[in-house]
Design a protein around this ligand. Structure first.
Ligand SMILES: CC(C)(COP(=O)(O)OP(=O)(O)OC[C@H]1O[C@@H](n2cnc3c(N)ncnc32)[C@H](O)[C@@H]1OP(=O)(O)O)[C@@H](O)C(=O)NCCC(=O)NCCS
Length: 152
């Protein structure tokens, strides 16, 4: 299923909340997600099984979250969502795209590496949880995304 651009006026933010709950230990609620979606340059693409939320302002874009339901993983949806967001960000004038990813998240790291993201920074203790904190890498790619690529 091709990701479609989320329209806050007609699409149900509850769909995104349910997907976020399946994917993250500290999920966003509907009110928080609605506030994010109302922000300048913020947009989302979604299907019934996953979504990406991103922001494009001032020539740069940022992936705010990416979530694919457990039962739909490994079929290319994460990559398709990311590519949809990257294309939209480029349309909005972004020349580069950033994101944070847990250093202990091999699936996401492999996805981003395959799309040409390179490491540009590290945030110590970025993710918090009941079992302690974990670090994040800051990754960056130029837009448009190349068809492949590896960490620099
Ligand atoms: C990370 C996530 C979005 C990937 O979604 P997905 O739809 O399963 O990914 P895709 O099927 O599009 O995979 C694209 C590439 O990612 C990599 N990848 C995906 N899952 C992987 C896994 N379990 N192990 C290793 N590499 C993996 C592969 O390189 C894959 O390319 P290939 O299929 O050609 O080998 C999904 O696992 C998820 O929602 N995880 C929980 C939330 C999360 O971590 N979000 C990212 C936060 S930064």
């Amino acid at each position: 299923m091709t990701p479609i651009l989320f329209d806050p006026a007609k699409d149900d933010v509850g769909t995104l909340v349910a997907l976020h709950q399946q994917c993250f230990p500290d999920p966003w609620n509907a009110a928080g997600l609605a506030v994010l979606l109302a922000g300048q340059g913020v947009f989302a693409f979604f299907t019934a099984h996953g979504f990406v939320l991103a922001r494009a302002t001032g020539g740069e874009a940022e992936i705010l979250t990416l979530a694919v339901a457990l039962e739909a993983r490994g079929r290319g949806l994460g990559r398709a969502l990311l590519q949809s967001a990257a294309r939209q960000a480029a349309l909005l004038g972004a020349q580069s795209i950033f994101l944070e990813v847990g250093t202990d998240n091999p699936a996401a790291l492999a996805l981003y590496a395959g799309l040409g993201f390179a490491r540009v920074g590290q945030r110590k203790g970025y993710y918090g949880g009941p079992d302690g904190t974990s670090d994040a890498w800051v990754l960056k790619a130029g837009l448009p995304l190349p068809p492949g690529g590896k960490f620099a």
